[in-house]
Design a protein around this ligand. Sequence first.
Ligand code: G3P
Length: 216
Amino acid sequence: MKFFVDTANLSQIIEAKELGILDGATTNPSLMAKEGVKGKNNIFKHYAAICDIVQNDVSAEVISTDFEGMIKEAEELVSISEHIVVKIPMIKDGIKAIRHLSDRGIKTNCTLVFSTGQAILAAKAGATYLSPFIGRINDITWDGIELIKEIAEVYSIQLYDTEILAASIRSPRQIVECAKYGADVVTSPLKSILGLLNHPLTDIGLEKFLDDHRNM
Ligand code: G3P
């Protein structure tokens, strides 16, 4: 399973890259706004900076919700870097745009996905990645991992090429479950990725080793 970091924060992206486990990054308009990036030129420079660090797939989301607007934005976004993946929302014009862009070899990430039906449409349109938001599903007491399971089953049966990019991660445990149930990629805040490191028995065991060494 590939690890993407879900942030527009350059320091966190650098930290994830230096850990040696980073395969990509995803952003969205809220994450970009959180970094206080204002104006088209500054936004494009920020995407370029992320691509320079990651040197692999970086999702940048369109703002338009009409086909023509999405295509125009997509063409501008991919001119920033070869690493840009165009993030397109799961709406009717979004599916049309994904088909259009896919036919022209432009990578896409279909986002705001909450059902297997939506996942099938995205795969049929040729999306490179599919972003089911499991955390937000859990936030309304449904089961986000069950969605990953069903999408993975359908994609496997239908031999779809679209990669399941599990998103909206809230905990290290969700990362484990995404790996267990067939996600191709997980995109997570750095905190949950680093959370995979933690186990009290590791801390206790290391302390004991060091104590015993010191007492030799
Ligand atoms: O970036 C897409 C997705 O990961 C957003 O997650 O935490 O806003 O539900 P979240």
